[in-house]
Design a binder for this molecule. Structure first.
Ligand code: ADP
Ligand code: MG
Length: 602
């Protein structure tokens, strides 16, 4: 196999490659998956070879038994032990072949599954915020899990079903060569096997669908209760939540039980049918044998074939159904993979080498994409000089966070433009833009990893001393050293083992290490109490040095960090100036500050 030019891991047998699905949306789903399947073609080729060889041996076994019974046993010609040895050899060969093809087949199917997963993940990281606004994360997770699984199932069982269908035709030829009427009697119960298997699926499939959905519902409730345990507890809502969970569990139990009920009814029936066929083979074949129309060996061979040929009839319906599910699943997956990132680099996009950091918003209007959202910003104009610190102040919902999201191009402006050092940010490389512009959100997000890794997140090659220096500058070094494992301490999910102020200081250290030229603090200090804010004031000051900074705040202490204050109202700049100037000249500014102070003392 050609491994050149691929990025991947897992020894030499790379799993992750650059190959993607066929981008042509007009092709049928299977054709679109074909590039992924083609990558595994060597495996599939060996699988088919081993599979066909294996099933030929398997289907020939009853023929050898026939010979063994008819020759040494009945006529006394030849040695029975040589037949026994042939059977042993066939068993060994069949085992090796079956092992090889099953292993290779499932390995290829799992590889394609992994490949699809990583394709989806890679694509999700490219997609813009507008996509995540539109699609619930649970939906994406379900597509990445169960839909990929259903394609994987088809890829593994489809070829198996084809092989077993082939074994049916082979057995048919063998049987026809012995006695056509008896062949007809032998296969006569197969349509019933197919019919029953089909009937079972009609019943089982909707039930398993419901069961799966209920399992997902239950998982969601458990997940919300664990993640939201603080809220559940603070409202003393445990009892209500336990009842809700019990109700969901009850519903799951009901559908699981009905599922097992129909399986238990049909499965023994389907297994019993071929034995019924065996009885008719014994009746008719026995009569033929007594009248010396066929040999005893042939009779025994036929009774083995009844069992062998029932397998494809049981499998066929399942695989047809799986193919339908895989088709539906692949459409859902393609929907994600075909989604063009709303924000991408222009072919002519230029690199940002060393930005000075001046910003200008020129007649910016913006409404959130997807549907008819109202204009949040309308003819918004603002100039920020390089190195300046500007505070954005305004009522909740006036669009301050939206301004923060436009700078790193989480969304693009609807009209107007934003310039960095005089260049429209849409003409710059997005990666560069996001490296140089950093937004610290109000709720600091930490990964469930060591504090060191959290600080070095944007700069994984940072030296030990650099991480320590950043933590010191962020006034985080002291409390980190007091932790049991220090920098190696793993913070709980989203850092809940730390206080808000501690988390925020780690985020500040992370940002210091990333060293962006432009920084936006979006209400970053609002979740910190006043004392802690006082404590980290020095680290904040340090953070603002030599940077262009927008601080979104309503606290005097944070606003005091700024050179200039801009008051925003109805998507426009209402007033601007120093804090003292605004306080004296803008009654609105005063009232917003007053409400901010009030919410602080509450
Ligand atoms: N992803 C979104 N999709 C649609 N509307 C949004 C989205 N995010 C925010 N909004 C709306 O935009 C307006 C401004 O929100 P925001 O910028 O967060 O305000 P602020 O930070 O000033 O409190 C609000 O009315 C809010 O409902
Ligand atoms: Mg906000």
């Amino acid at each position: 196999m050609d491994h050149a030019g691929r990025v991947g891991f897992e020894r030499k047998n790379q799993i992750i490659s650059d190959v993607s699905i066929d981008p042509d949306v007009n092709k049928r789903w299977f054709k679109r998956l074909y590039p992924l399947i083609r990558e595994q073609r060597t495996s599939f080729l060996i699988t088919s070879f081993c599979g066909i060889a294996g099933l030929t041996i398997q289907v020939s076994v009853p023929m050898v038994i026939r010979e063994a019974i008819d020759n040494p046993l009945t006529k006394g010609s030849g040695k029975i032990s040589s037949y026994a040895w042939v059977l042993v050899a066939m068993a060994v060969a069949a085992f090796l072949l079956r092992y090889t093809y099953r292993f290779l087949l499932f390995r290829s199917a799992y590889r394609i599954e992994t490949q699809l997963r990583s394709l989806i993940y890679k694509h999700l990281t490219k997609l813009s915020f507008s996509f995540f606004d539109r699609i619930a994360s649970g939906e994406v997770i379900s597509r990445a899990n169960s839909d990929i699984r259903s394609i994987q199932l088809l890829l593994a069982f489809g070829p198996l079903a084809m092989l077993s269908l082939l074994s049916f035709f082979l057995a048919l030829i063998f049987m026809l060569s012995i006695h056509p009427p008896l062949t007809f009697v032998t296969i006569s119960c197969m349509p019933f096997v197919y019919f029953l298997a089909q009937k079972m699926r009609d019943k089982v499939f909707p039930l398993s669908w419901v069961t799966q959905g209920r399992m997902a519902d239950l998982a969601m409730v458990v997940d919300e209760n664990i993640n939201g345990s603080r809220i559940v507890k603070s409202f003393a809502a445990e009892k209500k939540q336990i009842e809700l969970l019990a109700k969901m569990a009850q519903r799951l139990r009901w559908s699981s039980t009905s599922l097992i009920d129909s399986r238990a009814r049909f499965n023994p029936l389907i297994e019993a049918l071929p034995r019924l066929g065996m009885a008719s083979v014994l009746m008719y074949g026995g009569w033929l044998s007594i009248n010396e129309k066929i040999s005893i060996g042939a009779l025994i061979a036929f009774s083995s074939y009844v069992i062998i040929i029932s397998v494809p009839f049981r499998m066929l319906g399942f695989v047809l159904l799986q193919a339908q599910r895989a088709a539906a699943s692949s459409l859902r997956i393609f929907e994600i993979l075909d989604e063009e990132p709303a924000i991408s680099n222009k072919p002519s996009a230029s690199k940002i080498t060393s930005p000075l950091g001046s910003l200008s918003f020129r007649n910016v209007s913006f409404s959130y994409p997807n549907g008819n959202n109202p204009l949040i910003l309308e003819d918004f104009n603002l100039e920020v000089a390089a190195g300046e610190t500007v505070a954005l102040v305004g009522r909740t919902g006036c669009g301050k966070s939206t301004i923060a999201r436009l700078l790193p191009r989480f969304y693009d402006v609807t009209s107007g433009s934003i310039l960095l050092d005089g260049t429209d940010i849409r003409d710059l490389l997005v990666e560069d833009l996001r490296t140089h512009i950093n937004v610290i959100p109000d709720e600091p997000f930490l990964f469930s990893e060591s504090i060191r890794n959290n600080i070095a997140f944007a700069y994984p090659n940072a030296k030990e001393e650099e991480v320590f220096a950043a933590a010191k500058a962020a006034q985080a070094d002291d409390f980190i050293k007091d932790l049991n494992l220090g920098y190696e301490e793993v913070v709980g999910e989203r850092g809940y083992t730390l206080s808000g102020g501690q988390r925020q200081r780690i985020v500040i250290a992370r940002t210091l290490l990333a060293n962006p030229k432009i920084l936006v603090l979006d209400d970053s200090t609002s979740s910190i109490d006043v004392e802690t804010e006082f404590l980290i004031h020095a680290s904040l000051k340090k953070l603002l040095q030599d940077r262009t900074t927008l601080v979104i705040a309503h606290r005097l202490s944070t606003i005091a960090l700024a050179d200039r204050v801009v008051l925003i109202d109805s998507g426009k700049v209402k007033a601007e100036g120093t804090h003292d100037y605004l306080l004296a000249n803008s009654p609105e500014y005063e009232s917003i500050l007053a409400s901010g102070v009030m919410s602080e003392t509450e």
